[in-house]
Write a protein that binds this ligand. Structure first.
Ligand code: SF4
Length: 324
């Protein structure tokens, strides 16, 4: 399922997602990842799909979305893993250009030390770079990177990209209590982010079921303190902690929509309810997908979420359903 949504995005409005990586291949295995633990750690770029196939599927999804009367603000590469692992990313962005919608890429920054990755990202209209930690030990604890990666090269790559990029550059930092939310680290992080002069710096917390149940969000006071520390050095700092809303689009096939969205973006129960109402469908399809083991239910912060089950027997469901 290369294209999904559109899904509501707190930063991009209505975002048609492009899933250019098979589940779940990533350079990181972040403790807070909403997709569960990484199934395949990889740091070499490779081809996953033909770029023409990606462009064709996205064009088709746009047509069906518009036929259903739904709008799209961005085409966003936000896959089941790290989008820059795809060696065809630049070509895909180029092929999507004639479709007339801006393109966005949400990257974890881990491969940005590579010139070819920076060149690919330069073609996008909007790029989000993850910077959770500027301290080696914290970075290893929170992002659990592939063994071949080095934080110093990544940070240098982020600086080089920020100097060259002319589109909208945002950064994102996920705060996890007890790891990267200490005052001295936040001051160092603020100094680094200030050098980038991003259009916006987002501060987020885990709002969906995390890969590791112990990866908790700091309390409100700690998040507020982090905001003020960053604000001392960085011009535009914004919270990214509110719920994104329930405006998930129906594009003609309930099961396909639910499976493609939840493989990348766990949906809250009330969002599924709203979606089903929009599709004029009942809960039978959801119940069937749960019974077949294609969807799993997980509890997080008092809400029930539905997410696509990854193809590793038991692991993801077991980890996530521990959370209450
Ligand atoms: S949060 Fe993003 S970078 Fe981290 S493991 Fe999940 S997909 Fe990879």
């Amino acid at each position: 399922m290369i294209a999904f949504g559109p899904v509501p995005s707190r930063r991009l409005g209505r975002s048609l997602g492009i899933n250019n990586i098979p589940p779940k291949i990533c350079t990181y295995s972040c403790v807070y990842c909403q997709l569960g633990r990484t199934l395949r750690m990889q740091a070499d770029r490779r081809a996953f799909y033909e770029p023409e196939e990606v462009a064709r599927v996205v064009a088709d999804k746009i047509a069906r979305t518009r036929e259903a009367g739904e709008s799209i603000d961005y085409l966003t590469f936000v896959p089941d893993g790290e989008p820059t692992l795809d060696v065809h990313l630049g070509r895909e962005i180029e092929l999507l250009r004639p479709l007339g919608l801006p393109t966005a890429v949400i990257s974890n920054s881990s491969l940005i030390w590579r010139q070819d990755v920076r060149t690919d990202l330069l073609a996008a209209d909007w790029v989000s770079l993850k910077v959770d930690a500027v301290d080696e030990e914290m970075w290893r604890r929170i992002n659990r990177p592939h063994g071949s990666l080095e934080l110093s090269s990544i940070l240098e790559g982020v600086v080089a990209f920020a100097r060259e990029y002319t589109g909208e550059l945002v950064t994102e930092t996920m705060l996890v209590t007890g790891i990267n939310d200490g005052e001295s680290h936040l001051k160092a992080l603020a100094g680094f982010l200030a050098c980038l002069q991003p259009d916006r710096t987002y501060l987020s917390i885990p709002t969906r079921p995390p890969a590791e149940p112990w990866a908790q969000a700091p309390d409100e006071r700690a998040v507020n303190r982090a905001y003020h520390i960053l604000k001392e050095d960085v011009e535009q700092v914004e919270y990214l902690i509110g719920y994104e809303g329930n405006a998930f689009a129906f594009t003609g096939d309930v099961e396909q929509d639910l499976l493609s969205i939840t493989s990348v973006h766990p949906m809250r129960e009330d969002a599924v309810s709203d979606y089903l109402a929009r599709a004029d469908a009942g809960w039978a399809a959801v119940q069937r997908l749960v019974a077949e083991g294609q969807l799993v239910e997980a509890r997080h912060l008092g809400h029930t979420f539905y997410l696509r089950k990854l193809k590793v027997p038991g692991r993801r469901a077991k980890v996530l359903t521990k959370k209450g």
